[in-house]
Design a protein around this ligand. Sequence first.
Ligand code: NHW
Ligand code: EN5
Length: 388
Amino acid sequence: RHKFWETQPVGQFRDAADTSLPDGPIEPPTPLSEVRADPYPLPAAFEWLTCDLDDDALLADLYSLLAHNYVEDDENMFRFNYSPAFLRWALKPPSFFRAWHIGVRAKESKKLVAFISGVPARIRARDDVVRMAEINFLCVHKKLRSKRLAPVLIREVTRRVHQENIWQAAYTAGVVLPTPITTCRYWHRSLNPKKLIDVGFSRLGPRMTMSRTVRLYKLPDAPLTPGFRRMELRDVAAVTRLLRAYLAKFVVAPDFDEVDVEHWLLPQEDVVDSYLVESPETHEVTDFCSFYTLPSSVLNNANYATLKAAYSYYNVSTKTPLQQLMNDALIVAKQKNYDVFNALDVMENEPFLKELKFGPGDGQLHYYLYNYRIRNGIKPSELGLVLL
Ligand code: NHW
Ligand code: EN5
C-alpha cells in the first residue's frame, strides 16, 4: 500500500497492536561518517538547488510555485497563498540551515518545479526534549505529479537533516500516512459572512437570511479586556515565561526560549500578530494570544481573488478567561479586515470554539513524528504544537 512509507522509521499500521514497543526513537542514530555524502539522484532533466531566501528573485519563484501548486481543499475551491514575507519568517528561524531549503529545478529552463523544507526545533515528547526538524512546504508542480518525486525530496531532506546530527522530525498533512500521533479538525469563525458565502467557503444556514447571518457574526468594534494590547519587544521575557509554563501541560509541545519567542511571536505585519493582557494595576503580563496570516486564493470566482484568513497560533490564559481572550482576538482580526478566523481543536481550544460560533470545517490535519514512537498516540487536547 505504501511502497515508500513502509521503508521509513515511522509507526507502521501493522505495529499498532504491539504494546511491547516503547515510546521514543524507533531506530538509533548512525555515525555521521555513515550518512550518505552526496545528494540522491533526480531524473536527468532536473537538478537540486539549495535556496537562498534572502534572494528576492528566488523567494518570488518559491512564492509562485506554492501559490500555483500547493495545498487545496478537497473540492479544489481554495489554495493556500503563503506570502513571501511569511515564507521568509517560516523558513528562517533562529539557527536555521540554508541546506534544508531544498528546491528542484529544470536544468534547461531553470524553472523551480519542486520544493521541500526543514527548520530546526526543540520539541518535547512527554519528558524527552528532542532536537527535530519541522518539515513543511513539500510541493511538486502539478505537471510532475505521481512520478515518485516526493519520496526523493523526502529522502534528500532526511539526509541533510542527518548531516546536522538530527534524527527526528515533526510534520503535518491533510492526508493519512503511517501513522498519525493525533488527528485534528479545523474550525472556522466567520468574520465576513457575506463574502464567505459568495465565494462558497460557507453556506447560508437553513432558515437563515443574509441579514440574520451578518447579525449572528457581529462583533464589538474594539477589544473588551482592559489592558489588552499588541505584544512588543520588551514583552519577550514575560511572554516566554507564560508560554513555557503553559506548554508544559501538553504531551507534545515545542520547547521555546526567549530567542524562539522573539522570532515566532513578535508581531510582523500580515505575518504574525500577538496580543497580551497587561494588568492595569500591577503591569504584570497575565494572558497572551496570537494568530498568523495565511490567505487562500479563491479559485474560479468572478468577484474575489483571495480570502484573508487568520489562524490561531499560541494562546495562554492565566487571569482572563480563554474564551474572553479569544473573543478579543476575533475582534482585532475583524478590525484588521480578516474574512475568517481558523483554529484547530488542539490544546484547550475545544470549549471556546463552540462558544464563540466557530463551526467545524471539512478538513482534518494529521500530525506525525519521524523516527519517534508515541504508543497509542495522543488526543488533540494533549497536543501543544502548531505548525505553519
Ligand atoms: S503537507 C502538504 C504537502 N503538499 C501538498 O499537499 C501540495 C500539493 N501536492 C503536491 O505537491 C505539509 C504533491 O501531491 C506531493 C506528493 C508533493 C504532496 N507527506 O511523488 P509522488 C508538508 O509539507 C507520499 C508525506 O508520486 P505526488 C509535510 C505518498 O503517500 N508523504 O506523489 C511534508 C506516496 O508514498 P507511498 C506524502 O502526488 C512531510 C508518495 O508520496 C505526502 O506527485 C514530508 C507518492 O509520491 C505528504 N503530504 O507528490 C515527510 N503526499 O509510500 C517528512 C504524498 O504511500 C518526513 N505522499 O507510496 C520527515 C523527513 C525528515 C526526517 C529527519 C530525521
Ligand atoms: C501544513 N501546514 O481542507 C498544512 N481546508 O476545514 C497542510 N474548509 O478550509 C495540510 N471544500 O470547511 C492542510 N468551510 C490540510 C487542509 C487543506 C485545506 C482544507 C478546510 C479546513 C477548509 C472550508 C471550505 C470548504 C470548501 C469546500 C470549510 C465551512 C466553514 C463554515 C463557516 C460557518 C460555520 C460552519 C463552518
